[in-house]
Design a protein around this ligand. Structure first.
Ligand SMILES: Nc1ncnc2c1ncn2[C@@H]1O[C@H](COP(=O)(O)OP(=O)(O)OP(=O)(O)O)[C@@H](O)[C@H]1O
Length: 329
């Protein structure tokens, strides 16, 4: 039976499932979804596969065109990013079934990464919460401007090189440990780049940095808390520029990130962190918009996927641009 034949004809609710067949065990996923349909009296769900050349945009558009009550996304951050970009304006809630390697969005939302039945039940009977959607308008050397969404982070410099140089096979086998080698090489190379930037359309300033990360969420791979002030639905992006000078600078950044992870868990710890002055090597600012022009083309990554070299980027946020459906509690 095709999805058209299954399209909702009655008052029964219906879900759409967009899934990455490379990342999920389809039979297990279908069994969990069918169990939830029976439990909640929903119509049979509509199914859409992502493809090697299209990480989810086409599937998400087809899914949204059927006006389902919720769209479940089974895949990693790349799949979620592509799906959210294509369907966020529809207003249909999105439920995550984390199935990637990093699952950074799910980690930042503190969702279970292993309990598929719970994640599926959450899609059928969870609660809706708003999420800000980041947008990156990039300009390439030949003048082409492209606008893409991101939900977790945009990274320029070391961060984007890490995303580009980490082999998918290694990531699959050893997870985030695969990032150690590219990080080490980038630190030893200590390549900095020059840029001119503006915050919230203010004065243009220049800066040299090793890497710049602009986050909607604060936690990096390996559970490293990079942006302790980042809140996913506050209408703001958190911008941090890594500007270490030599090995000592990297050590200071390392100790500061360790302190974030250690103290952020308690209220007293968070208050102490708020009183601690920013580290010069780790300059941080919150903004609704961050624009940058680079002296040389720089690699950009969005939610872990490399976009390519860009000469400029404007990063902004749509406050409550997406509705997420998450499990209760
Ligand atoms: N049908 C398919 N066949 C082959 N490859 C696919 C197919 N559908 C999607 N892909 C590939 O899967 C990639 C997206 O993977 P996804 O983001 O789901 O997982 P991940 O990379 O492990 O996630 P994370 O960023 O969380 O580590 C896309 O680059 C896309 O090319």
């Amino acid at each position: 039976m095709t999805n058209d034949e299954l399209a909702p004809t009655s008052a029964r609710s219906v879900a759409a499932v967009v899934f990455n067949p490379v990342k999920v065990r389809e039979a297990v996923l279908r069994a969990a979804v069918e169990a939830a349909e029976r439990e909640h009296g929903w119509a049979p769900s509509l199914w859409f596969e992502t493809g090697a050349a299209d990480a989810g945009a086409a599937a998400a558009r087809e899914a949204a065109a059927q006006h389902p009550d919720v769209i479940l996304v089974a895949g990693g951050d790349g799949t979620v990013r592509a799906v959210a970009e294509a369907m966020h304006a529809s207003g249909i809630p999105l439920a995550l079934l984390p199935s990637g390697t990093g699952n950074l969005l799910a980690r930042n939302l503190r969702l279970s990464l292993t309990d598929l039945p719970r994640a599926v039940r959450g899609a059928f009977a969870g609660v809706d919460r708003p999420l800000d959607v980041g947008f990156a308008a990039t300009r390439t050397e030949d003048g082409v401007v492209t606008r893409r969404a991101f939900l977790v982070m945009a990274g320029i410099g070391l961060d984007a090189n890490m995303a580009a140089n980490t082999s998918a096979e290694l990531k699959r086998r050893i997870g985030w440990g695969a990032y150690v080698d590219p990080i080490a090489r980038s630190i030893l190379g200590n390549a900095q780049f020059g840029l001119r930037y503006r915050i919230d359309r203010g004065r243009s300033r220049s800066l040299r940095a090793h890497t710049i990360i602009v986050g909607n969420c604060g936690t990096l791979p390996g559970n490293i808390l990079l942006l302790p002030d980042a809140v996913m639905d506050d209408g703001l992006l958190d911008v941090v520029a890594f500007r270490p000078t030599g090995a000592f600078g990297w050590m200071q950044i390392g100790s500061r990130l360790a302190a974030y992870s250690m103290f952020h868990r308690s209220t007293a710890g968070r208050q102490m962190l708020q009183r601690t002055p920013d580290l010069k090597q780790l300059a941080h600012v919150q903004a609704a918009e961050f624009e940058a022009r680079f002296d040389e083309p720089q690699l950009l990554q969005l939610d872990g996927d490399t976009v390519g070299d860009v000469v400029g980027v404007a990063l902004s946020v749509v406050h409550h641009g997406l509705t997420l459906r998450v499990p209760r509690g």
